[in-house]
Design a protein around this ligand. Structure first.
Ligand code: SF4
Length: 723
């Protein structure tokens, strides 16, 4: 008989609800959950084929099904018992701490972990081990949004919700292609357009994407010129009298200083830096300000933005500059208005909530604040939480490459594919003395470097919670048992912690720090950690979550979540005022020049997900794009003697890859687009020079935003030659 299990899609941050169909311990189908507020029954091509990723014949081929140990690098990995694997890891960590201190251990985790997994990893590093060297691949995705929110609004809290899409009069989509990267959210945009033909849609993107095709105004700005554009729009608003002086006076600080800084973003300067015509700049500013028709009340504007702003050496400034526009026009805290960052991964938000970044603590607490460290230490029952910030993602691999980090524990992420500057990452993985890979999938590129492989459970097999882009917490449920010897991630961490605690002199005498027998106990500890914080979920117990997903905050005594933040104009800063923060416009980290004259742009394809470990197992998803193609402007191809399908060498200062080239009218001359999904685990084998390929991240730069430490994965300077 068919069982139906309510759960959540494990792909993107839209966080769609799914109904998993299963029979006799096998997943047989999946449907959109009509009761889930994120998707109301809809699923995109990836979500609708999830059951195909769980077919037994697929599982047998791609899953890591038992713990494995390599006697030496390059040797075949041999099966070992779970007990042996856990003892080995605990003893290696203890020995590393004894010889080199806790900061010689680095944990690199993932926005695809569930909140309870994330919580356990964070407590393991900061509470048990005594290091802040834990970071997540969400650093590559959302850390600029985090830093932008905190700098301006005082807390890492997206103020808007999905329902605002239907209530907006203008949608400002910046550095995002939701038609492909957030498809079910894009259905809402299409619905809003149908319901309100007067809706204005502005898309800022160097490429003419499917999202841009729906736009009334496509601002095809030059890569990395976002700050000039956003400053130019603010300058226009000031000059035209479209700002909201009453809102600025009542609810913000820093306005005078910022006005002086944006004065340099004249229409001529915006044209020069962005390639955006003055008339388009003025139109964008008018629609954003919501003053299209002079006599109307101000119309609401919602911004939707993602990696185009975040994955930049100026990521935090990009985010803050966009939020400035909302504050200047009072476009926040009301239906249809506000800045709304779209999360890439399914649980990037959950990781931020539990503080699993190298510079964060639980429940949005600040590592730098001694009071916050004391609160977390008391909650965990440990004497202290270390004060020094840990290594952020790229820094962690730099430290390993330099020999400072000796042991890397990598869970549910594939840095040998997804981090920038793969030459650096591979040096780090080779130099680290002990590398642990905890993953559901055996074939990830990072697994080749592992000394110890731990099999993890994945979608359809594990219990816990995730938080989507609109702060909505949903249950993830198991429909079937995990295959082979795979375990839930929180369970693996808990078991290692129980073995490690007696081996650490400073923690051995404490009561057991990891008493958990299931995710509900971890959830309750996390829930308590949020008491009195901006994301307070003390009112959201497991039973309430079982009934329906809810948005945080949801404090004690509040049965429902909170759809929209800052409706009262009070922000999460000390003086309750939002801040205009000083910033200077600038460009990309690595400008093109005579040697590397082309701008490489990277991004997602519609039907694949990240490194394709899961989505790549579904045949129908390959129909959209069967190989990585370097899209280029026809004039550039002609100049280089390339025809459609010819192989091209793409070279940056860090490496080379080979890919077929194809002409595209979505790009301006001087630009090349490559998707992010392919790495050497998929390209499989050697290029004609005998070197293994490493996908687009052989080319990308580790240059990063100084505030958020998010690398500039979106852009690098390259040259292209016919292969
Ligand atoms: Fe899954 Fe995202 Fe598609 Fe929804 S939009 S079904 S969450 S991939």
């Amino acid at each position: 008989m068919t069982q139906h299990t309510r759960s959540t899609c494990p792909y993107c941050g839209v966080g769609c609800g799914v109904l998993i169909e299963s029979e006799a311990g096998r997943i047989t189908g999946v449907r959109g959950d009509p009761a889930h507020p994120a998707n109301l029954g809809r699923l995109c091509s990836k979500g609708a084929t999830l059951h195909l990723t769980a077919r037994p014949e697929v599982q047998e081929q791609v899953r890591l099904l038992q713990p494995l140990r390599r006697a030496a690098r390059g040797a075949a990995a041999q099966p070992i018992a779970w007990d042996t694997a856990l003892d080995t890891l605990a003893q290696r960590i203890a020995a590393t701490v004894r010889q080199h201190g806790p900061d010689a251990v680095g944990l690199y985790v993932s926005g695809q972990l569930l909140t309870e997994d994330y919580y356990a990893f964070n407590k393991f590093a900061k509470g048990l081990l005594g290091t802040n060297n834990i970071d997540t691949n969400s650093r590559l995705c959302m850390s600029s949004a985090v830093a932008g929110y905190k700098a301006t609004l005082g807390a890492d809290a997206p103020p808007a919700c999905y329902e605002d899409i239907a209530q907006a009069s203008t949608l400002f989509i910046a550095g995002a292609n939701p038609a492909w990267a957030h498809p079910i959210l894009f259905r809402r945009i299409e619905d809003a357009r149908r319901a309100n033909p007067a809706l204005k849609i502005i898309v800022c993107d160097p490429r003419r994407t499917d999202s841009a095709a729906l736009a009334d105004l496509h601002l095809a700005l030059r890569p990395g010129s976002d700050l000039w554009l956003l400053h130019g729009m603010l300058r226009c608003m000031v000059e035209q009298g479209w700002t909201d002086p009453a809102y600025i006076a009542a609810h913000t600080s820093g306005w005078t200083a910022l006005q002086a800084q944006v004065a340099q973003a004249t229409p001529e300067a915006v044209w020069q830096h962005c390639g955006i015509a003055p008339a388009d700049l003025l139109q964008a500013a008018r629609w954003f300000a919501g003053v299209e028709s002079g006599s109307d009340p101000r119309r609401p504007t919602l911004s939707l933005y993602c990696q185009g702003l975040n994955q930049s050496a100026r990521g935090t400034d990009n985010n803050a500059a966009l939020i400035h526009l909302h504050l200047a026009c009072g476009q926040i805290g009301k239906p249809g208005a506000g800045p709304f960052s779209l999360t890439g991964q399914p649980n990037a938000m959950g990781g931020r909530e539990v503080g699993a970044l190298a510079n964060q603590l639980s429940a949005h607490r600040n590592l730098a604040d001694p009071r916050h460290r004391a609160e977390v230490a008391a909650l965990w029952g440990v004497p202290e939480v270390p004060a020094a910030p840990g290594k952020a993602a790229v820094e962690m691999f730099e430290a390993a490459a330099e020999g400072h980090i000796k042991l890397l524990w990598i869970a549910c992420t594939n840095p040998a594919h997804s981090l920038p500057d793969q030459a650096l990452v591979r040096r780090a993985l080779q130099r680290a003395e002990f590398v642990v890979v905890q993953d559901a999938y055996a074939g990830v590129a990072t697994a080749r470097f592992a000394d110890l492989l731990l099999p993890a459970a994945t979608w359809g097999e594990k219990e816990g919670t995730v938080t989507n882009s609109e702060r909505r917490i949903s249950r993830v449920r198991a429909a079937v048992p995990a295959p082979g010897q795979a375990w839930a991630d929180w369970r693996i961490v808990t078991q290692v912690a129980r073995r490690l605690q007696p081996l650490l002199p400073q923690r051995a005498a404490l009561p057991g720090l990891f008493p958990y027998e299931g995710p509900e106990a971890i959830w309750n500890e996390h829930r308590e950690s949020t008491r009195g914080r901006d994301l307070d979920i003390t009112g959201l117990d497991w039973a309430l979550l079982e009934a329906a997903p809810r948005q945080w905050p949801c404090p004690t005594g509040q049965a429902e979540g909170t759809a929209r933040l800052y409706a009262d104009g009070r922000f999460a800063t000390a003086d309750a005022r939002a801040r205009f923060v000083p910033q200077q416009p600038g460009g990309v980290a690595e400008p093109t020049d005579a040697r590397y004259p082309l701008a490489l742009l990277t991004g997602r394809l519609r039907d694949q997900w990240h490194g394709m470990s899961r989505s790549g197992t579904v045949e129908s998803l390959w129909a959209h794009a069967g190989e990585p193609v370097a899209q280029m402007h026809a004039a550039d191809m002609a100049r280089l003697g390339l025809r459609d399908g010819d192989l091209a060498y793409l070279t940056s200062r860090r490496g080379s890859i080979v890919a077929p080239a194809r002409a595209s009218d979505e790009l301006a001359s001087g630009q090349v687009f490559l998707p992010m999904h392919w790495g050497d685990e998929v390209l499989g084998g050697a290029s004609s020079t005998g070197r293994r390929l490493a996908g687009v991240n052989a080319l990308t730069t580790a240059a990063r935003c100084p505030q958020s430490l998010q690398p500039e994965l979106k852009h690098a300077a390259i040259k292209v030659l016919k292969a």
